[in-house]
Design a protein around this ligand. Structure first.
Ligand code: SGN
Ligand code: CA
Length: 517
C-alpha cells in the first residue's frame, strides 16, 4: 500500500490496517443535491427538513466542507468521476459533445483489479456503460414515476417498472448486493435521479412540509450590482425563468393569465403521463386545491415570488426526504449484512444547486452554491464526526477507488486519492493541492450561463468569463464575503492576491493545456 501512516484508533485498530484489505465501495450520487439540503451541513434550510440517514454517514465518517466539481453540469461531472480527468481531457465539456471513446473508465480498472462492478440509476453519459458486470440504467434524465430501465440483458430496450425512481434504484442496488459473487470485493455505483428539475415527489410524500415556511436565503434579492454580464444575463431566476406549470405544478395556468411563458409544458405532461389514472387522481387531489387557493388570492408580484420559492423548496425537500429514506434503507442493508466492516460508503452529488441564493435555481456557475458539492464518506475504522477542509474535487474519486483496490493510478488521471486526507483526520497532507481549477463550457445553452474558468484557494476566487461578446474577470474574498456579493477585482487592496491567483490560473492552463474552447 502507498499510505503507511499509522493512525491509532480506540480499540487499537489502525485506519490503515483495515484499509489494506481492499474494501468494497458503495458510491451514491444524487442528481442536483445541494449541500444546503443535508442537515449535517447545518444550513438553515435543512434545519426544517432534516436528513437523519445521510447524517449517519457524517456521524460515522467524515464530512467534507470543501468538496468541489470541475464543471458544474451532469454529463461532464459524471465524466470526471468515471475518468479522473478534467473536461478538456476527456472531451466531455458540455452536455452534448462526445467523450473521447478511448478514455478508460475507473469501472474498467476496478474490474481488472478483481472487483465485481455494478451501476444503477441515472447514467446520462453519451456512451454505453462500460466496465460494469451488471447495470440497470434510466434513459437520459429518466422518469420519476413508473420509470423505464435498461439492463445488459434487455436487448437495448427500456422496460417500465412500477414505482418511484428512488425506491426502484435502491431495490436494484440491493438486488446487486444480494446476487453478487461473494468471493470478490465489489464496487456499486448508485446514481439517484430524483432531485433534478422538475422535482416530482413520491406520492406518499406530497403532504410533507406544506405547513413549513422555509427561510429565504440572504441573497434572494441580489441585484448583481458588482458583477459582469453573466450574472445579469443568466436565465435561471426563480422570478423570471421558473415555469408556473412545469416547475411549479400549477396545471390551471392558461395563456394570457399573465404568468411566465411556459417553455416545457410537454415535459410536464410527460411526467404526469407516467402516472396511472388512480395515481394521477391522487396527485391532482393534493396539488389542485393548493394551486387554486394561490390563484384565488391575487398575489402581488412580490408575494408571487415568495410563493414560487416556497413551492420550489417544499417539492425539492420532499424529493430529498425520499432520497434520505432510501439511502437509510441501503445503509440498513449494509449494516444488517455486516458489510459496513469492509465497505467505504460515499454520498455526493454531481454538482451543487441554487436554493434561491442570488434569486436562482439550477447550477453551472463557479459561485459556491453550484461549484461546491456535498461529500460524506464513511469507511471502516474511521473515528466518526470528523470534518475535512482540504480542497477536494470530483476528479479525486477514481484515484481513491483505485487506491482502495490496491491498483496503480494510470498516468492520465489527474486527481489524487482521498485516503491520505482521511488518514490525517481530514487535514490536507503537506503536498496537497492549494488551488482548485474550474471550467464551464456549455454556452450557448439552456439557462444562458457564459463560459468561464477560474481558480480558488478556498479563501479567494478568480473567475474569467469569456464569449463572443467579450471577456472580463471577477475576484471574491470568500472569508469577508462568503455570499460572493462583492466583486473586488478593481480594488487596489487586492492587487497582490489578484496577481497570485492570475499566475496560478495561467500556470494551470499552460500545464494542463487548457484552451478557451
Ligand atoms: C435539463 C433541465 C435544465 C438543466 C439541465 C441539465 N431542463 O435540460 O434545467 O439545467 O437538464 O441538468 S428541463 O426543462 O429539461 O428540466 S443536468 O443535471 O443533467 O446537468
Ligand atoms: Ca445534475
Amino acid at each position: 500500500m502507498k499510505h503507511k501512516i499509522p493512525f491509532l484508533l480506540l480499540g487499537g485498530m489502525t485506519f490503515n490496517a483495515v484499509h489494506a484489505q481492499r474494501w468494497n465501495i458503495v458510491y451514491i450520487m444524487s442528481d442536483d443535491h445541494s449541500y444546503q439540503a443535508i442537515s449535517a451541513y447545518g444550513h438553515q434550510l435543512s434545519r426544517q427538513a432534516p436528513t437523519p440517514n445521510l447524517d449517519r454517514l457524517a456521524e460515522r465518517g467524515m464530512l467534507f466542507r470543501r468538496a468541489y466539481v470541475e464543471n458544474s453540469l451532469s454529463t461532464p461531472s459524471r465524466a470526471c468521476l468515471m475518468t479522473g480527468m478534467y473536461s478538456h481531457q476527456s472531451g466531455q465539456r458540455t452536455l452534448d459533445c462526445p467523450i473521447d471513446p478511448n478514455a478508460p473508465f475507473v469501472s474498467e480498472y476496478l474490474q481488472q483489479a478483481g472487483y465485481q462492478t455494478g451501476m444503477v440509476g441515472k447514467w446520462h453519459m453519451l456512451c454505453e456503460p462500460k466496465g460494469f458486470d451488471s447495470y440497470h440504467v434510466l434513459p437520459g434524465q429518466g422518469d420519476y414515476y413508473n420509470p423505464r430501465f435498461r439492463t445488459k440483458d434487455s436487448g437495448g430496450k427500456y422496460v417500465e417498472e412500477k414505482g418511484y425512481a428512488t425506491n426502484l434504484i435502491t431495490d436494484h442496488a440491493i438486488e446487486f448486493l444480494e446476487t453478487r459473487d461473494k468471493t470478490k470485493p465489489f464496487a456499486l455505483f448508485v446514481h439517484h435521479k430524483a432531485p433534478h428539475r422538475n422535482w416530482m415527489p413520491p406520492l406518499d410524500m406530497l403532504g410533507l412540509y406544506e405547513d413549513v415556511e422555509f427561510p429565504l436565503p440572504q441573497t434572494f434579492r441580489d441585484d448583481y450590482a458588482t458583477r459582469g454580464r453573466a450574472a445579469h444575463d443568466q436565465q435561471m431566476s426563480i422570478a423570471k425563468d421558473m415555469e408556473m406549470c412545469y416547475d411549479l405544478k400549477v396545471t390551471q395556468i392558461k395563456p394570457g393569465m399573465g404568468y411566465t411563458h411556459e417553455r416545457n409544458g410537454d415535459g410536464f405532461r410527460h411526467q404526469l403521463s407516467r402516472l396511472s389514472p388512480e395515481q394521477r387522481a391522487q396527485w391532482e387531489a393534493v396539488y389542485n386545491p393548493r394551486n387554486q387557493a394561490m390563484l384565488d388570492s391575487n398575489l402581488t408580484p412580490d408575494e408571487l415570488l415568495e410563493w414560487k420559492f416556497q413551492r420550489y423548496i417544499r417539492d425539492y425537500m420532499r424529493v430529498i426526504h425520499s432520497i434520505d429514506e432510501q439511502v437509510g434503507r441501503l445503509l440498513d442493508y449494509l449494516e444488517a449484512n455486516g458489510l459496513m466492516e469492509n465497505t467505504m460508503v460515499v454520498y455526493t452529488s454531481d454538482q451543487g444547486f441554487y436554493m434561491g441564493e442570488h434569486g436562482w435555481f439550477d447550477k453551472r456557475f463557479m459561485y459556491e452554491e453550484s461549484f461546491r458539492t456535498p461529500l460524506l464518506v464513511c469507511a471502516p475504522g474511521m473515528k466518526g464526526g470528523e470534518k475535512c477542509d482540504a480542497l477536494v474535487q470530483n476528479i479525486d474519486f477514481a484515484p481513491t477507488f483505485l487506491d482502495i483496490a490496491d491498483a496503480e493510478k494510470p498516468r492520465q488521471m489527474v486527481g489524487t486519492s482521498l485516503l491520505p486526507v482521511m488518514e490525517h483526520g481530514g487535514k490536507a497532507p503537506k503536498d496537497w493541492r492549494q488551488y482548485l481549477y474550474y471550467h464551464y463550457y456549455d454556452c450557448p445553452a439552456e439557462h444562458n450561463v457564459m463560459r468561464h474558468d477560474g481558480v480558488s484557494d478556498g479563501r479567494f476566487k478568480l473567475i474569467h468569463f469569456y464569449g463572443p461578446k467579450g471577456s472580463y474577470d471577477e475576484l471574491y474574498d470568500l472569508r469577508r464575503d462568503p455570499n460572493e456579493l462583492n466583486n473586488v477585482i478593481a480594488k487596489k487592496k487586492y492587487a497582490k492576491h489578484l496577481s497570485r491567483l492570475q499566475g496560478q490560473l495561467d500556470a494551470f492552463r499552460t500545464e494542463q493545456k487548457v484552451d478557451e474552447w
